[in-house]
Design a binder for this molecule. Structure first.
Ligand code: FES
Ligand SMILES: [Fe+2]
Length: 512
């Protein structure tokens, strides 16, 4: 706390904070929490994050010109050279700093526009254009420099990079084998820029309570829905406040967010969202109407929240498409891509993606950075989405000003898991032990993500109903934990059997 904060702290006593019309007593905005929000080189979080693989852009962003990107506060260029190698290099040329975004992509590597030095994807300087007769000196110089480079590869339309020390490279975890479960599952990539710190985007994933307000009809002004509510996609059960249970799993490396909602008088919907350190989240079917029994349905959205710098971030991931997951056939692949997603409107800075189309990157206007200067600002006020809620928490949300309720528990538990990981107070979540655990899991760890609709009639009393919700939310996570040692179909069969028994037990006890 600096001197100014201290002075205000004395002035803002708890008693004064509750004075009517007492805004004066709460007008000081303290600093953000650097430990969990600052991502630059040398910061505790930045160093922790650099020990994991992250998506940095979409494959479609790699064209015939280098792509300028900023990740973890570092200015980079990404490109695919003529031989198909993926390069993620420091943007500023090691010679005298011109940006390689103006360079030329070659069959092997990239050449800087300023003096023509050529760099391979691993940073090796391949060529220094010294004049004739001075080749030897040029060669000596060439061997003395290297462009900053990061190992990268493409996977299902996303470019992943590892930005940590090369000798500490972790395995790339393919959750559940290949992030898919049903044979018909298709991973459709997307990237959505968020004009705020990464953590409030990640917080939103553990904030399962907001759906009953932000995504509900009642929150819209007038009749200006614009595709922002679950009701519009026939998934009104998502507008019901869930009974949430947040259970750290996998040695505190991840968090199971288990929510129980009544879908209708005959069905109880238990949705488990899985948040994995440091910045991955795996989401169950987002368009669930809860009208039909469904046990252990899996991923519908898999995403990483990647810091661009301290005040900007990108959600990069996949929507999982196909009849195996989208049982109601309501998803729209044509709306999933760069700065667009078919999930509720209000996820990106720009609405109405039909204005620029799905894959026309070059035609797309620059993203507006001032959310109040957008031409559809008023529409966004009528029917705000996640983008509006999250980025308006300030460029970096100030945790010291928050007054959490018990419904915010998921956000705070995940922040604690992260803090313990960054500080080293949970050794299991340290980069070394995390990587070791992934090796032990053959790089295909199990995810707790699941959508489960049980055939269970409404409790006879409110008390019975509440007890039932809480029991199911916890029991589902217990079943998943008990299945941790199993993989694939074996695990699926076990989990489904256990869930069937759970349903039967509940019904038998009720009738006893
Ligand atoms: S600045 Fe890049 S070659 Fe000179
Ligand atoms: Fe949301």
């Amino acid at each position: 706390m600096n001197t100014r904060d201290k002075a205000f702290d004395i002035h803002q006593t708890q008693e004064k904070k509750l004075v009517p019309y007492g805004g004066y007593f709460t007008n000081h905005v303290p600093g953000h929490d650097p430990e969990l929000t600052e991502c630059g080189p040398g910061t505790p979080l930045g160093e922790y994050m650099r020990r994991f693989w992250h998506p940095v852009c979409m494959s479609m962003e790699l064209t015939d010109t280098p792509r300028f990107i900023k990740i973890l506060g570092e200015e980079l260029v990404a490109f695919r050279d003529g031989s198909g190698q993926i390069g993620v290099l420091h943007a500023h040329c090691v010679h005298r700093g011109a940006s390689l975004e103006y360079g030329k992509i070659l069959n092997k590597g990239i050449s800087c526009c300023y003096h023509g030095m050529v760099f391979d994807v691993d940073g090796t300087c391949l060529k220094v254009p010294f004049p004739q007769g001075e080749e030897e000196e040029g060669e000596r110089y060439r061997c003395s420099i290297r462009q900053g480079a990061y190992k990268a590869f493409e996977y299902h339309g996303l470019v992943f990079a590892y930005m940590g020390p090369p000798d500490q490279e972790p395995p790339f975890p393919k959750w559940e084998g290949d992030f898919t479960v049903a044979e018909t599952d298709e991973l459709v990539p997307y990237s959505n820029f968020q004009h705020c710190n990464w953590l409030q985007v990640q917080d939103n994933s553990a904030d399962n309570y907001h759906t009953m307000a932000l995504h509900a009809k009642k929150q819209v002004t007038g009749e200006h829905y614009q595709g922002t509510t679950f009701d519009e996609v026939g998934a009104a059960s998502m507008e019901v406040a869930p009974d949430m249970h947040f259970i750290p799993v996998q040695g505190g490396r991840s968090l199971a967010c288990s929510g129980a909602r009544r879908a209708d008088d005959g069905h109880m919907f238990i949705r488990v969202q899985h948040q994995v350190l440091p910045n991955l989240s795996l989401h169950a079917y987002t368009s669930e109407d809860g009208k039909q029994k469904k046990l252990f349905s899996r991923f519908h959205m898999i995403r990483w929240t990647v810091p661009v710098d301290d005040q900007n971030s990108k959600m990069l991931g996949w929507r999982v498409m196909g009849p195996g997951i989208d049982t109601r056939g309501v998803c729209d692949k044509s709306l999933v891509g760069y700065e667009t997603i078919d999930f509720l409107e209000g996820q990106t800075a720009m609405r109405r993606p039909e204005r620029f189309g799905r894959y026309k990157l070059e035609d797309m206007p620059p993203l507006p950075t001032d959310h109040r200067a957008r031409e559809n600002y008023k529409d966004c006020q009528y029917a705000p989405g996640d983008y509006e809620a999250i980025i308006s928490q300030r460029p970096i949300a100030v945790h010291a000003l928050e007054n959490p309720t018990k419904f915010d528990a998921g956000v705070f538990i995940f922040r604690k898991l992260l803090r313990d990981a960054v500080r080293g107070s949970n050794p299991q979540a340290s980069p070394e032990q995390f990587a070791q655990w992934l090796h032990e899991q053959a790089s295909t760890p199990n995810s707790y993500c699941s959508g489960n609709v049980f055939e269970l009639p409404l409790g006879r009393t409110t008390e019975e109903e509440v007890t039932l919700r809480r029991h199911l939310a916890r029991e589902v996570v217990k079943i998943l934990t008990a299945a941790d040692a199993l993989k694939g179909h074996e695990r699926e069969a076990y989990v489904k059997t256990q869930m069937e028994s759970l349903q039967k037990d509940v019904l038998e006890k009720r009738h006893a």
